[in-house]
Design a protein around this ligand. Structure first.
Ligand SMILES: *Cc1c(COP(=O)(O)O)cnc(C)c1O
Length: 369
C-alpha cells in the first residue's frame, strides 16, 4: 500500500534507480572489481594541487561552505572569461539538472530528449511531473535536427542534448550545435550538457554567449578534473536564468573541501593536458583490444569508448555480464540499437590489461549462449 502522506506525484513514481553503483554490485558479488572502468570516472585522478588544497582544507571542515561560492565562481569566471553573475554552482550536473527541471517543469509540461540519452535527466523530469518526449539517435549520434523538429512540434520547456554524448561518446561540431541553438523555438530552453567537453577536439563547443537566453551550458569537475566524488559542477547561462537557481537551490549544499579543491583544480590546466594525453593512450589501447577480438569501436570525444559487439542487445548483455562476473566493471547503453555496444572507460594500463585478458573469454561465453 502506498503511504497516504506522499503527494500523488510521489506515489505515482516508480522506485527507479538511474544507475546501480559498482559498490552495490561488489557487495552482491562479495568481492571488489579488478578494474573499475564502467562509470566514466577519471582513474587518473585530480590535480595534485587540488589534492593538496583539499588536504589542507580538511581540518576546517567544521565551517560551512561559502553559500555564494564566491572564490570558485570567480575562478571559473576567470577561466572562461564570463562574468560570475552568469555562473551557477552546485553539487554535480545531476543536481543542476534537478534544479533546472524544478525551475521550469510542472505537471504536464513536455521535455524533449533522445531515447537512450543520459537517464538522470529523465529521472528529474519524472520527479517533477514532466512528460518526456524522445527522438531516436541517428547513426549512433544524438540527432540535433530531429530534436529541434520534435521541439517545434510539441513545444517543450526543455530540450536536452549532451555534446559529446554519453553513452556513445560521439559528438557534433560547434557549428552543428550553434545551428541547433539558433533554431530553439520560443518558450523552450536548450540544456547543453558538456560533461565531457574537455576531452573533445577543438571546435566542439560553440562560443560561450552569456546574452543568449535560449541555452544553458553544463560543465563538471567529475570527468576531466577527476573529482566525481567531490560533487562540483557549474552552469553558464543568461543572468536572469542563473539568478533563478538562487530561488530553489540548497544554499548550504556545497561541500566546503570540494569547493576549495575545485578552485585549485581549474587553475591547474597543465593537469588537464596530462589527463587528456593519458586518456588518449587508453582510448587507443581499448580500440586495439577490440580490434584484436574482431570488434569495432565507435569514435569517441570522451574518456570512454563504446565497443560494438557486432550483434544485438542480448548478446552485448551476455558479454557485459561475463565481464562483470570476471571482475571487470563496465556498462552498456539501455536502448536498441545503441545496446549492441558495451561502454568502457579509459582505465589505467593495469585496468586495461585485466580487460584485455577477460574480453576474449567473455566473448566466447556470450557466443556459447
Ligand atoms: C557523468 C555525467 C554527468 C554527471 O555529472 P556530475 O557533475 O558528476 O553530476 C552529467 N551528464 C553526463 C552526460 C554525464 O556523462
Amino acid at each position: 500500500m502506498t503511504d497516504p502522506r506522499l503527494t500523488p506525484l510521489a506515489a505515482s513514481l516508480p522506485a527507479t534507480v538511474p544507475f546501480v553503483g559498482p559498490e552495490t554490485q561488489e557487495r552482491a558479488a562479495g568481492r571488489a572489481f579488478t578494474a573499475r572502468i564502467g562509470a566514466n570516472e577519471n582513474v587518473f585522478g585530480p590535480s595534485p594541487r587540488a589534492i593538496h588544497a583539499m588536504e589542507a582544507a580538511s581540518a576546517e571542515v567544521w565551517k560551512y561552505a561559502d553559500p555564494e561560492n564566491f572564490d570558485l565562481r570567480h575562478a571559473i569566471s576567470h577561466h572562461h572569461g564570463v562574468p560570475p553573475e552568469n555562473i551557477a554552482i552546485d553539487a554535480g550536473i545531476d543536481t543542476l539538472l534537478g534544479l533546472l527541471v524544478r525551475l521550469t517543469v510542472t505537471a504536464g509540461d513536455k521535455v524533449v530528449t533522445s531515447a537512450g540519452a543520459y537517464p538522470t535527466f529523465n529521472f528529474h523530469v519524472a520527479g517533477f511531473g514532466g512528460e518526456l518526449v524522445t527522438v531516436p539517435y541517428a547513426d549512433d549520434h544524438e540527432d540535433p535536427a530531429a530534436l529541434i523538429t520534435k521541439a517545434v512540434e510539441v513545444g517543450p520547456k526543455l530540450i536536452y542534448i549532451a555534446n559529446p554524448d554519453n553513452p556513445m561518446g560521439t559528438w557534433h561540431s560547434a557549428e552543428v550545435i550553434q545551428r541547433m541553438i539558433d533554431a530553439v523555438p520560443a518558450g523552450s530552453l536548450l540544456v547543453l550538457d558538456e560533461a565531457y567537453i574537455e576531452f573533445a577536439p577543438e571546435g566542439t563547443a560553440p562560443a560561450l554567449d552569456v546574452h543568449d537566453t535560449r541555452v544553458i551550458r553544463l560543465r563538471t569537475f567529475s570527468k576531466a578534473y577527476g573529482m566525481a566524488g567531490a560533487r562540483v559542477a557549474y552552469a553558464i547561462g543568461a543572468r536572469d536564468l542563473i539568478a533563478a537557481f538562487d530561488r530553489v537551490r540548497n544554499h548550504f549544499g556545497m561541500n566546503r573541501t570540494a569547493q576549495i579543491g575545485a578552485v585549485a583544480a581549474i587553475q591547474d590546466q597543465g593537469w588537464i593536458d596530462h589527463v587528456r594525453s593519458r586518456v588518449g593512450v587508453a582510448r587507443d589501447k581499448i580500440a586495439e583490444i577490440a580490434a584484436a577480438n574482431g570488434l569495432v569501436c565507435l569514435p569517441s570525444a570522451t574518456n570512454f569508448v563504446a565497443i560494438d559487439c557486432g550483434q544485438d542487445g542480448a548478446f552485448a548483455r551476455r558479454v557485459l555480464d561475463a565481464l562483470v562476473a570476471a571482475g571487470i566493471f563496465v556498462r552498456m547503453p539501455s536502448v536498441a540499437p545503441l545496446n549492441r555496444c558495451i561502454r568502457v572507460s579509459a582505465g589505467t594500463p593495469s585496468d586495461l590489461d585485466a580487460f584485455e585478458l577477460e574480453l576474449p573469454k567473455a566473448l566466447a561465453k556470450a557466443r556459447a549462449g
